[in-house]
Design a protein around this ligand. Sequence first.
Ligand code: ADP
Ligand code: AMP
Length: 218
Amino acid sequence: MNLILLGPPGAGKGTQAEGLAAKHDLVQLSTGAMLRAAVKAGTEVGLKADAVMKKGGLVSDDIVVRIIKDRIAEPDCENGFILDGFPRTLPQAAALEKMLRSAKRRLDAVIELKVDDKVLVERISGRFSCSKCSAGYHDTFKPTKVRGVCDTCGSKDFTRRADDKAETVQARLMAYYKETSPLIGYYFAKGRLETVDGMGSIEQVGADIEAAIENLAG
Ligand code: ADP
Ligand code: AMP
């Protein structure tokens, strides 16, 4: 099964992708996480992406399309993947369609997560993750079970994203509405889109996504 989670920054794509990947034995592919790893490693891609990401803009289509094309060709993606943060522009969606067609694979469902802007800002400002295993948390909405200890790997090292600052969040939201939201119409027209209310609890949204997948892929 191949899925896309579509939605603004902070909508819960990464959180839901984590759960779905474990449940359905799929690989979670977050272009944001891959780009952050490239920045940290100081690769050529990382050097190009860094300044754009700091400002909350979108990295060029060429770069992210190449990253995804290489990644979905790897053996662990054979059973399927969840795209979280890709595609983000119409040219990226067209490139994805082309690569899936040539690999004789199909897109089973595109799940749009709808969340109010005010709530997005709240979610982003409290977000943190484990430095070791990348498990995602929130100060209020999803704290670790034991304070200061990662539920998944036991690490005591956590990190907050440099672009989760209030100034950058505005630019990221603008980029979403301008460049990414047209994908909602694009996938609706293809009969692949299901919209899920992302305002509920993590568990409720997860259950609604499962039902939406059943609707489309079932
Ligand atoms: P995205 O990947 O779409 O940018 P995340 O999955 O990282 O968003 O979620 C943003 C923040 O909101 C995280 O700190 C996460 O723990 C929290 N979060 C995710 N889903 C919910 C939810 N349904 N209710 C409350 N908080 C949530
Ligand atoms: P995310 O982790 O999905 O919030 O992405 C963090 C940042 O990485 C974004 O603000 C963009 O600068 C960049 N990015 C991630 N995915 C893409 C993409 N598909 N296209 C362009 N830029 C991206």
